[in-house]
Write a protein that binds this ligand. Structure first.
Ligand code: CO8
Length: 258
């Protein structure tokens, strides 16, 4: 399918999806989110794709939901139309791992999109924020919920109430991003991380994603039991036999996703 607001490239088992509305700093509108969901579902169904990277431009990962598109909407429009709800739900249902590679602004819905991914690699020029309060609204796709779990109540309140931006160093210190790299090396580092994941057994990768995400949904005892059972179940795979045999034989494992 030909996309107008994103660019999709598949290289060495990694699908790189670049948000591409440069004139609007990649602001999220119905078309962009629709195309993004389509590309993610496509990647999910493509056996050649083993990991996904979502990125933007050097200046902006995404500067939020499209304010111009939203400005004239009424409560009925956004409530009855469930603005961005189906897209957000579809993104978090993707079972293959997704890395957000963030350079520049990740604001409002942009920060929330990055948080929907499995982890965030930030360029040293990245700026995160939930500035919706300046527009007379609030976060609507995870900025009051996911952000609070990632960085704690105090910082989340600070970000959501003042609308201030957080730089890459603070984001790393706070647990929002997994690592910070020089802006010029962002794509290379994100693709290398995705490449590492692509070498693993897909079965195990999907199990890990499910188990870690489960920790946000259920109490600790339930999460630990889920983890133990999934761990047990991986012994039904050929990849577990191969991984452990390869260790004993001092060679690289050849996983077959079985
Ligand atoms: N929406 C629409 N257009 C945008 C957006 C946006 N979010 N951000 C930037 N643009 C446009 C600008 O209007 C401008 O267009 P034009 O040239 O036609 O005037 C162009 O991008 C370049 O932007 P600037 O000239 O402003 O660039 P600067 O470098 O001066 O500033 C900033 C960059 C600081 C990022 C600035 O553009 C800015 O503050 N943008 C808005 C940030 C913001 O408030 N984001 C939150 C939006 S609300 C939201 O995300 C809600 C999500 C929840 C939805 C939940 C549904 C359930």
């Amino acid at each position: 399918m030909a996309y107008e607001t994103i660019i999709v490239e598949v290289e060495d088992h990694v699908a790189k999806i670049t948000l591409n509305r440069p004139d609007a700093l990649n602001a999220l509108n119905d078309q962009l989110l629709g195309e993004l969901v389509d590309a993610l579902q496509d990647a999910e169904g493509n056996d050649k794709v083993r990991c996904i990277v979502i990125t933007g431009s050097e200046k902006a990962f995404a500067a939020g939901a499209d304010i111009k598109m939203m400005s004239e909407k009424s409560f009925v429009d956004v409530f009855a139309g469930n603005l961005f709800g189906p897209e957000a739900d579809a993104i978090v249902r993707i079972r293959k791992p997704i890395i957000a590679a963030v350079s520049g602004y990740a604001l409002g819905g942009g920060c929330e999109l990055a948080m929907m991914c499995d982890f965030i690699i930030a360029a040293d020029n990245a700026k995160f924020g939930q500035p919706e309060i300046n527009l007379g609204v609030m976060a609507g796709m995870g900025g009051s919920q996911r952000l609070t779990r990632f960085i704690g109540k105090s910082k989340s309140m600070d970000m959501n109430l003042t609308g201030r931006f957080m730089d890459a160093d603070e984001a790393e210190r706070s647990g929002l991003v997994s690592r910070v790299v020089p802006a010029k090396k962002l794509t290379e580092e994100a693709m290398a991380a995705a490449g590492k994941i692509a070498e693993k057994s897909m079965i195990t990768v999907m199990a890990v994603k499910e188990a870690v995400n489960r920790s946000y949904e259920v109490p600790l005892a339930e999460g630990l039991l889920f983890e133990r059972r999934v761990f047990h179940s991986l012994f039904a795979t050929e990849d577990q036999k191969e991984g452990m045999a390869a260790f004993a034989e001092k060679r690289e494992a050849q996983f077959r996703d079985k």
